[in-house]
Design a protein around this ligand. Structure first.
Ligand SMILES: Nc1ncnc2c1ncn2[C@@H]1O[C@H](COP(=O)(O)OP(=O)(O)OP(=O)(O)O)[C@@H](O)[C@H]1O
Length: 312
């Protein structure tokens, strides 16, 4: 039997109603994907793609227009309490009452989730996020990075099997980012927590995530194991200007892709592990073209991202 997914999303649509001057907005346009149990899953997309809308739907903060969502097997419409108990959300914005101490923040949150006193583990959580020595400090006296870590602890008070982090490292410096990711990896590896995170930092998604989904304009563009996406980054592109107009791009089985980019320009994508630009040129020349100009560029994950999000 296959393990059921941690999160199942089917045909999710969110249309924000028009308000006053603002027109309505189709923020999620029929999104379907699964988040496998036990993984670190990256949700990427440019600003306004619909990531926060999706996460807030999971959190029960946005009412979807249609579609079906299950968290840890619990339908968010039919069993909202169970669904909510199965997920912890680390929001984008830092929001704390500045007069509570970290241990109070966690105790209050545990109370909201109905965690019995005997099962509360506020100090354990503070230790896990390296804030034990700040347990009794005012939240307002914590640094930005400490506040982020406290938010992670807060999302974990009810021991959910799924943890979602919405752009947790936006505006956080490199060192703190690294600490936060170490914490996420630890929760995943040692406690088996399934993690979903959104980030703009592709190289981090590449390093951390088992799988990456990309959304743009409310649609899912790709959803692949990170390794496969990175393999796409093995591609290199050579742009050739030839001596006469091209009506059809020169084709060869060794080319991954060949397209006409202008009257005399063709773009050929090839696998840089299997051939080099010189061999590409030779194959084009074999087809009777003289080459007037050449440039090449590497495709990295960023490129793949841009290509996928601007296609179509
Ligand atoms: N409450 C709302 N009412 C109307 N439109 C909204 C509302 N919230 C978001 N939108 C619009 O829906 C679209 C998706 O927004 P969303 O915040 O989900 O994107 P995002 O991918 O999270 O972007 P970012 O990375 O900037 O947070 C955007 O065009 C946004 O302007």
């Amino acid at each position: 039997m296959t393990t059921p997914p941690a999160i199942q999303i089917r045909d999710l649509v969110k249309r924000y109603a028009p308000t006053g001057k603002a027109p309505g907005k189709l923020a999620l346009d029929g999104v379907s994907f699964d988040v496998p149990q036990g993984q670190i899953f990256g949700l990427l997309g440019p600003n306004g793609a619909g990531k926060s809308t999706l996460i807030n739907t999971l959190a029960g903060l946005v009412m979807k227009s249609s579609g079906h969502v299950e968290i840890w097997g619990h339908d968010i419409d039919r069993h909202p309490r169970n669904a909510k108990a199965s997920i912890g959300i680390v929001p984008q914005e830092i929001v704390f009452d500045p007069f509570f101490t970290p241990v109070e923040v966690l105790d209050i949150q545990a109370g909201l989730y109905g965690v019995p006193k005997a099962q509360r583990r506020s100090m354990d959580l503070l230790r896990a996020v390296h804030l034990a020595d700040k347990a009794d400090a005012y939240a307002r006296s914590l640094s930005g990075g400490m506040k982020r870590r406290l938010l992670v602890a807060k999302a974990m008070v009810h021991s959910p099997p799924v943890l979602v982090l919405d752009e947790p490292t936006a505006g956080v410096d490199v060192e703190l980012r690294r600490q936060l990711w170490e914490l996420v990896v630890k929760l995943n590896r040692e406690e088996g927590v399934t993690v979903v995170l959104t980030t703009h930092y592709l190289e981090e998604a590449e390093e951390l995530c088992d799988r990456i989904a990309i959304i743009n304009h409310g649609k899912l563009i790709t959803n692949k194991p990170t390794r496969e996406l990175v393999d796409m980054a093995r591609e290199k592109i050579v742009v050739l200007t030839v001596d006469r107009d091209v009506s059809a791009a020169p084709q060869h089985p060794a080319f991954l892709k060949s397209t006409v980019a202008g009257e005399r320009t063709v773009e050929i994508t090839y696998d840089k592990d299997r051939m080099n630009a010189g061999q590409v040129l030779a194959l084009v020349q074999d087809q009777g073209y003289a080459i007037a100009d050449v440039s090449t560029r590497e495709a990295d994950l960023e490129d793949v991202f841009v290509r996928l999000t601007t296609a179509g």
